[in-house]
Design a protein around this ligand. Structure first.
Ligand SMILES: Cc1cc2nc3c(=O)[nH]c(=O)nc-3n(C[C@H](O)[C@H](O)[C@H](O)COP(=O)(O)O)c2cc1C
Length: 325
């Protein structure tokens, strides 16, 4: 490990550390307006949400690293306390990056980036048509820390009105694959929150999981399960009873299915198809596998059940694997 005191390294080094370790950061595309009525549009990745009642968000138009001067967004916000904050999607990221160019005060980055301004309902700054998620905001407070290059100015804002593209919702949830957000990382790296990068983690809030410490040692010591698998095992409220394990095993063994094939190649195929029931059925009916190998394959079967969010079933298979000598 490196052990670093911020005061002992340069400010750009501190900035690079923060940007590398705190990410991926959401990007706020912020539209403000000058006293003269000129549009200003800028991305900020020092940005997040802090509450929903009232809806409070904040971002930091910090002082310029170069000379400690104040950015146009800051000046406009101090002047009229209004902005529109929009989500940045993959299809607009190059134009958004272009909008981050340090143009002189009063230059309209809508014009420079080619993004389209549309009128807002409750505030003067314009919205960005291309963004499917726009928030009209009123600034509650500006908090400043320091007055040199890269010092923070945190604009704390209340959302007065949302504008959201209707087809972003799937079953009432604003779906990541529909909105296709982009986030900022270190240096010139960005990441796209889409496709294989999206996964679900079941919330432990509604229930109280048994915890890692209550997982039997033979499961914790298995090399088949990953740390994430063990975390998920720990998120069950109570372990299935011995009887529940025995009943489930009997049920799968007795299951009558036409397309089932009792062979090791078929077992691997079931694995690729994530069909843990057929995998288990094979392991219960096969008489030739060595017991150590069978235990390992049972654990791999439990792992597949777990990774397809069948946690209760995964536990039954994992506990049954423990019976294998
Ligand atoms: C993706 C992205 C994220 C950025 N995040 C920030 C930020 O959080 N704070 C900041 O002060 N500058 C940030 N910048 C740089 C500003 O966008 C840049 O300084 C801009 O020219 C400021 O514009 P303004 O003077 O019109 O407000 C970011 C740039 C990009 C491309």
């Amino acid at each position: 490990m490196k052990h670093i005191i911020p005061a002992e390294i340069t400010v750009p080094e501190v900035q690079r550390l923060l940007q590398g370790g705190i990410g991926p950061r959401p990007i706020a595309l912020v539209s403000t307006i000058s006293k003269e009525g000129k549009n200003n549009l800028t991305p900020f990745s020092f940005y997040n949400v802090f509450g929903a009642n009232p809806p409070v968000i904040a971002f930091s138009p910090s002082r310029r690293g170069r000379d400690g001067s104040l950015k146009d967004t800051y000046l406009n916000l101090m002047d009229n306390k209004e902005c529109v904050v929009q989500a940045v999607t993959y299809s607009m990221i190059e134009q958004v990056s272009l909008a981050s160019t340090e143009y002189e005060y009063g230059i309209d980055e809508f014009v420079k980036s080619g993004l389209t301004p549309i009128e807002s309902d409750m505030v003067k700054p314009r919205r960005v048509k291309e963004s499917p998620f726009q928030m009209e905001c009123r600034m509650l407070e500006m908090r400043s820390f320091g007055n040199s290059g890269t010092s923070a100015n945190i604009a704390i804002c209340e959302v007065m009105k949302f504008h959201v593209e209707e087809d972003l919702f799937v079953d009432g949830v604003l779906h990541p694959n529909k909105i296709d957000l982009v986030a900022r990382m270190s240096a010139n790296f960005y990441c796209r929150a889409f496709g294989e990068n999206i996964f679900e983690v079941e919330k432990p809030i509604a229930k109280k999981g048994i915890g890692y410490d209550q997982i039997p040692e033979f499961i914790k010591n298995s090399y088949v399960y990953s740390a994430n698998n063990l975390g998920k095992f720990g998120n069950i409220e109570s372990l299935p009873s011995d009887n529940a394990v025995t009943d489930y095993i009997k049920e799968v063994k007795d299951l009558i299915v036409n397309d089932f094939e009792l062979s090791l190649p078929a077992f691997y195929r079931y694995g690729r198809d994530k069909n843990f029931t057929y995998m288990l059925k094979f392991l219960l009916l096969d008489t030739e596998l060595d017991s150590n190998y069978k235990k390992q394959l049972l654990e791999e079967t439990a792992k597949i059940a777990l990774e397809t969010n069948k946690t209760e079933t995964a536990w039954k298979i994992a506990l049954y694997a423990g019976r294998e000598k």
